[in-house]
Design a protein around this ligand. Structure first.
Ligand code: 5GP
Ligand code: ZN
Length: 111
């Protein structure tokens, strides 16, 4: 498997991991666009939201709950943060392993 996020999930390549449980791992984005920029991913290789199946419903909920917990730990829960899923080319998805961006720590204008 040549997927870079699978390699991070398997600890084959390093990342600054901030959270991990059985099915999820979260790590700092290597090119942060804000003081807090964390990627929350399922350990399972799912290319994008387009590839989700009904059985992944719980996992997607857990991804959001993990992101909320991390936002609190990173102290942006009160100041605010954004959760983003990029899907496909026009949205700028560059890594084909589903990832939730958690971005905060500065004012985020829309677009
Ligand atoms: P996308 O554009 O696909 O929604 O987001 C991919 C994100 O992954 C980008 O923000 C990019 O900086 C980040 N990224 C790409 N490769 C690596 C890597 O090897 N390590 C880490 N920590 N982040 C990465
Ligand atoms: Zn993968």
């Amino acid at each position: 498997m040549s997927c870079i996020f699978c390699k991070i999930a398997n600890k084959e390549i390093p990342a600054e991991i901030v959270y991990e449980n059985n099915g999820i791992i979260a790590f700092k984005d290597v090119e942060p666009v804000a003081p807090v920029h964390i990627l929350v991913i399922p350990k399972l290789h799912i290319p994008s939201v387009n590839h989700l199946e009904l059985k992944d419903k719980t996992l997607m909920g857990e991804l959001i709950f993990a992101a909320r917990k991390i936002a609190k730990e990173q102290n942006v829960d009160k100041s605010g943060y954004r959760l983003i899923l990029n899907i496909g080319k026009d949205a700028g998805q560059t890594v084909d392993h589903l990832h939730l961006h958690l971005i905060g720590g500065r004012k985020l204008p829309w677009a």
